[in-house]
Design a protein. Structure first.
Length: 339
């Protein structure tokens, strides 16, 4: 039930016509009998009750019409809902290498690029999680703010579709991650909040930028996931090179970015995907992990209830019309015989 404060009238001045509902009690509107008087007849409770019922019905019809003219309705309101989900910031690589396949060549025939595979699987991830709020940042040479946190999945799908367009040359992961922090509201009580980095490479992160990222994660602990789309024959995240001299940020930026993420002290997991199937498995694992309690306010629009008042008035008029149709027609009085 809605509290009284939720009701509204768009045209309250129309209620000034409500006294018209008293008219049926002043005049019944029924046919006047030609017989001079029926006072000698015994009291008929059924007829009296029927008379009152018809007058009430007529009053109800007039009152319903007046109420419909006044424009009754329910105010728009916000209702708290509770479900499972998360706040997810997707940080998506838009560098030119994402337009290649996992084999490191241009898509041909049935093959799809890494960007196309990511787009398809991320959209399926969003579709499965009805109550998530998702924000999107893209990055290549510079970060690009694509979409704020929203639960409007049509907008999220449109933003994800954009990652399949031709990208630029470079990969600036750090600035993309820094922009992702702006998607989260520090006052949001949701426990399950995550950044999902989707990239097929990395670059050397300046020491000062590393400290800024470390401070940002310390101030707002988030879960961090890296979907590393590994190109065939490229170095991975977990294996150390045979020659220790090759184990430098300049030669193996992805491995050292992974080690930096491990040092942040936040829940972090890296997935190394060599194919679309492995990428799908990684996204499924994130889907299972990020399922906290979500509370959100659902906006309910204002409702116009005039149609119900008009329907009530129409029903009352229909019943009055039927009663009129069933009214007994009494003929003229018998002629008076004079002596």
């Amino acid at each position: 039930m809605n509290p009284a404060g939720d009701w509204l009238l768009l045209r309250p001045l129309a209620l000034a016509l409500l006294p018209l509902a008293l008219l049926p009690w002043l005049n019944s509107g029924r046919r006047i009998s030609a017989w001079p008087w029926s006072g000698t007849l015994p009291v008929d409770p059924a007829s009296t009750g029927l008379d009152r019922a018809l007058r009430l019905l007529a009053s109800a019809a007039i009152a319903a019409f007046v109420l419909a003219l006044a424009g009754p309705g329910l105010r728009g309101q916000q209702v708290e809902r509770v479900s499972t989900g998360a706040r997810v910031a997707m940080v998506i690589d838009r560098s030119g290498s994402m337009n290649s396949t996992f084999a490191g060549r241009a898509p041909d025939g049935g093959e799809e690029s890494k960007a196309a595979a990511a787009r398809r699987l991320l959209k399926a991830f969003v579709t499965r999680r009805e109550h998530d709020r998702v924000g999107i940042v893209a990055f290549s040479t510079s970060p690009m703010f694509v979409l704020p946190m929203t639960d409007r999945h049509a907008a999220v799908h449109a933003a994800i579709d954009a990652i399949d367009q031709p990208g630029l040359a470079y990969t600036d992961v750090a600035r993309g991650l820094a922009m992702a922090f702006d998607l989260f509201d520090a006052r949001d009580p949701i426990a399950s909040q995550a950044i999902v980095l989707v990239s097929d490479g990395a670059a050397v992160i300046d020491r000062r930028v590393q400290e800024k990222l470390r401070a940002a994660f310390a101030a707002r602990p988030l879960h961090l996931y890296w979907l590393f789309l590994r190109t065939e024959r490229s170095p991975g995240l977990f294996e150390a090179p045979a020659d220790p001299r090759d184990d430098t940020p300049q030669r193996m930026p992805e491995r050292h970015l992974h080690r930096f993420f491990e040092s942040l002290g936040v829940p972090y997991r890296a997935f190394e995907a060599d194919s679309a199937a492995e990428l799908a498995a990684a996204i499924a694992a994130i889907d299972q992990a990020e399922r906290g309690e979500v509370r959100w306010l659902e906006a309910l629009p204002q409702r116009d209830l005039s149609a119900f008042a008009f329907a009530l008035a129409a029903l009352a008029c229909l019943l009055l019309a039927i009663a009129k149709r069933l009214e007994v027609r009494i003929g003229p009085p018998l002629p008076v015989l004079r002596p």
